[in-house]
Design a protein around this ligand. Structure first.
Ligand code: TZP
Ligand code: MG
Length: 207
């Protein structure tokens, strides 16, 4: 199993872009392309449906050694034994998450500013998301934070930092130039004509 500490490219199966019927083939294409970690994110589905989809993904992600992260739902992560769980600023605290999922499951946290990033590290998160860098339809209610704080967040936070929000092949050079080492890509992968080719070509530029 790949370690979150070594991950550079983080994919998300977001049910805003993928139908439930396509979760398995999409999971497979993302893993074949080479994502280092994969999250299941489904803001509008019931817990029961999310758990069902997570159980479909798990054998695929495991066969590729890719940790599966459950967004928001601690009880699903605990029930299926996913490798990771992810909480946002308005979700449960990291300590609460850890108490539910146990020591074998890593806990990530979304952050939208330098102050939140520093606080997430103090709170004991295992990694952070940092963004949205750009305006994105995947998280439409958030003001983009731009690229200016990327270098500084890497000075202040020693955890793995995954830059997120509007990341795509066309923007990757400026994101890396701004100091990013790890990224999350959602819609640019899920909407690609050839998903695994898009993943592998972007990943090749992250070394
Ligand atoms: N958190 C901050 S931005 C974002 C999340 C979940 C969405 C990123 O999606 P995309 O499609 O890569 O912009
Ligand atoms: Mg959340």
């Amino acid at each position: 199993m790949k370690r979150i500490q070594d991950a550079r490219l983080y994919g998300i199966v977001d049910l805003g872009y993928v139908t439930a019927e396509n979760v398995e083939p999409m999971t497979n294409q993302l893993c074949v392309g080479g994502v280092d970690v994969l999250q299941l994110r489904a803001k509008k589905l019931t817990s029961m449906e999310i758990e069902r989809l997570a159980r479909l993904m798990l054998p695929i992600t495991r066969s590729h050694g890719v940790p599966l992260v459950i967004n928001d739902h601690l009880e699903i992560a605990a029930a299926i034994g996913s490798e990771g769980v992810h909480v946002g600023q308005d979700d449960d605290a990291v300590a609460k998450a850890r108490a539910v999922v146990g020591p074998a499951c890593f806990v990530g946290k979304s952050t939208h500013s330098l102050a939140q990033a520093v606080a997430a590290q103090a709170e004991g998160a295992d990694y952070i998301g940092f963004g949205p860098l750009y305006a994105t339809g995947t998280k439409p209610d958030y003001v983009p934070i731009g690229l200016n704080d990327i270098t500084e967040v890497h000075r202040r936070v020693t955890l793995p930092i995954f830059c997120i929000g509007g990341v795509n092949a066309a923007r990757l050079d400026e994101i890396i130039a701004a100091g990013a080492r790890r990224v999350v890509v959602v819609s640019a992968f899920l909407q690609a004509g050839d998903v695994s080719a898009e993943v592998s070509s972007l990943k090749a530029r992250l070394v």
